[in-house]
Design a protein around this ligand. Sequence first.
Ligand code: URP
Ligand code: ZN
Ligand code: ZN
Length: 462
Amino acid sequence: MALLIRGGRIITATEDYTADVYAEDEKITRIEPRIDDKLVAPGAEIVDARGKYVFPGFIDPHVHIYLPFMGTYAADDYASASKAALAGGTTTLIEMICPGPSDEPVAAFETWKSKAEGLAAVDYTFHMSVVRFEERIRDQFREIVKAGVASFKVFLAYKGALNLSDEDLFAAMKFAKDLGVIVTAHCENADAIDALQKSLLAAGNTGPEWHGPSRPPVVEADGVHHLCTFAELLGTHVYIVHTSCAAALREALGARQRGVNVWIESVIPHFVLDETAVEKAQFEGAKYVMSPPLRAKANQDVLWNGVKTRQISTIATDHAPFRFSDQKTMGKDAFTKIPNGIPSVQERVDLVYTCGVAANRLNLQTMVDACSTQAAKLFGLYPRKGAIQLGSDADLVVYDPAYRGTFSKERSYSNVDYNAYEGWEQKGRAAAVTVRGKVQARDGAFVGDIGRGQFLKREPTH
Ligand code: URP
Ligand code: ZN
Ligand code: ZN
């Protein structure tokens, strides 16, 4: 079916102009000041975008949907996560495949793919975690890259679970360099965290407010430095996920100055929430436990400024949903057992608009760059995604900047029992969201087809 978006203000990472956009067979085929009615196919869906922005579909390059983690499973499936994503204007998800240390990589890839097939309503792809790397399994990673997964993930954190040994990290980064695959990395020193956790617990400090002290900024900065040292030695392209604080950002920028090919992601909770959230009474602070932890408020300006100056490439979510009632409470007696994560896939774009653009911290083009275009470019999806160009997928967000509402659990699709941003004022909302030319969400509600989402095969571009 054809789609016509009439009279919107088109905002890309570099442009701002008013035009009609027309799509046929899932792709953008015309962008003109006024498309003649005679050129519009009978039965075409017409969206009136006058007074609204038209953005390229937003891409979240860091989500967890199927996630066996910390003795439980993340609460979403592809249906709930896609609905949440689309309601908030996100049309493409990049999910982390996080196998256990004894899982075979190809089997893990097949498992993660099977969780998306038939349930995804957004387009999707994966970063493949390397949690061990002996000689025997290298062919499996080659096979996974050939199948279209052109990015790896490594964890310098989570000792005894996802954490990769230095020997394997070095070998995996060399391998990635040879394949032209970018390595995304969770950078925190696992051994330092382990020691700090043990001493805090031994001193009787068990509540969620001790999660932050167990992983201070210097522990994250050390992880960034370590990864960048290997990248400098090997020439591997690296992408630091969820950079949360000034100290870690400084390390990454220092490495970049030395010539390391390093890109920086930060995630929306770190821009808008701070370390005091974990102090909430009645164990409610557990809702705000994620890693790296929420930081001192002063770091928020550093992150916003990093995006504004385009030193930080992307704003993702690290969506990792765990229910408060029976999952976060697994850590009642020890903060080390609280499943880490703050669900945000539905709220990300509206929070960036509300707290970034409407608060004069970012302009519209920078918002599009950080929430869509940079992820497409870094992960081999551009210009199919992240652009409004002839031939691009017709993934479009008609955004109403005049909308006023509040963030609430009631309106959220994620399978959790709380909203980390409950009651906050929301400025702006996606009025219509299309995936390959079909409207999948309207006015913050999912109206699309479950199962319409496609796996995006990517080539190595690094
Ligand atoms: O707290 C977090 N970030 N949970 C998800 C796992 C990860 O480290 O990305
Ligand atoms: Zn992480
Ligand atoms: Zn993550």
